[in-house]
Design a protein around this ligand. Structure first.
Ligand SMILES: N[C@H](CCC[C@H](N)C(=O)O)C(=O)O
Length: 285
């Protein structure tokens, strides 16, 4: 089976062009685990399928390296957009991409050689209701902003945002001291999140500049999380650290994204998308 490995700020996935390849539905999870395995496969944060769509130009499906499927992936969307334009799956520089979390709008910026370096994705509106995260619990408010959560006897304060996939954002004084390895796994599978959750820590530099780290659901620590960066900016506005219609630079481990939460509702994310390699991989029959 042919593949293309790509990354967005070091968040890498094995991309399969399903216009040319086929993986049976019941084999998708195990194939993602195999391809992402650095010892027995290729090595990446997961697998992303680029598929025909009946409603958009192309469709994206995302699988973490534990085989779980996610409804959205910001770094993946930028790479899907680049691949689709470069390989002629689409012929305009603006087009729609179907995700399990709903359609998004991509804009690619080809350079003089016609190759795409940067991509903007209109991610649509964040979901903020407790039931939309989803999050369970007996709290009164329908939005989860600065809510206390008990993780093995330690209280943390989280703001929950869905970008099609769930995120729990914490604001910390110093990103360097964020307890990522200690708290990440505990929060990822916390009973308050029936579908588990992506966990982010944010240090506010200014209303237009954030430091960001992430423990991803189904993967663990990654270099970058595009939907997480969007969730972090939305949470920063909800907590009064930033404002809508202000372009925020988010410093992730793997590099920077710019994110704006427009007052009309949509979240706009811009950043790079890069090829690593292409090849053929042996898959178990
Ligand atoms: N781990 C995520 C999927 C990948 C999202 C991330 N890599 C991004 O760039 O948004 C989840 O289970 O919701």
């Amino acid at each position: 089976m042919n593949f293309t490995k790509m990354h967005g700020l070091g968040n890498s996935y094995i991309y399969i062009n399903m216009f040319e390849e086929n993986i049976p539905e019941e084999k998708l999870a195990e194939t993602a685990i195999h391809l992402a395995d650095p010892n027995r496969g290729i090595g990446a944060d997961g697998m992303i399928l680029i598929m025909p769509s009946s409603s958009c130009a192309v469709k994206m499906r995302v699988f973490n390296n534990d085989g779980s499927e996610a409804k959205n992936c910001g770094n993946g969307l930028r790479c899907v957009a680049k691949y689709s334009f470069d390989k002629g799956l689409v012929h305009q520089s603006q087009f729609s991409i179907e995700t399990l979390g709903g359609p998004v709008q991509a804009t690619v910026y080809p350079d003089e050689q016609g190759m795409v370096q940067n991509v903007t994705i209109n991610m649509g509106q964040p979901q903020l209701k407790r039931s939309q995260i989803p999050m369970v619990g007996t709290q009164r408010h329908d939005q989860v902003v600065g809510e206390q959560l008990d993780i093995s006897g330690e209280m943390v304060e989280i703001t929950a945002v869905s970008m099609g996939n769930p995120h729990a954002v914490q604001f910390v004084e110093s990103i360097e001291n964020a307890p990522i390895m200690a708290h990440g796994p505990l929060l990822e599978k916390h009973e308050a999140f029936p579908d588990w959750v992506n966990v982010e820590w944010v240090e506010v530099v200014s209303p237009s500049e954030l430091h960001f780290r992430v423990w991803e659901r189904g993967t663990g620590v990654t270099q970058a999380c595009g939907t997480g960066a969007c969730a972090a900016v939305v949470a920063s506005v909800l907590n009064g650290y930033s404002e809508q219609d202000v372009e925020v630079t988010v410093h992730l481990l793997g590099g920077d994204l710019t994110v704006t939460w427009l007052s009309e509702g949509n979240v706009i994310m811009t950043g790079p998308a890069e090829y690593i390699c292409t090849g053929a991989v042996y898959t178990h029959s």
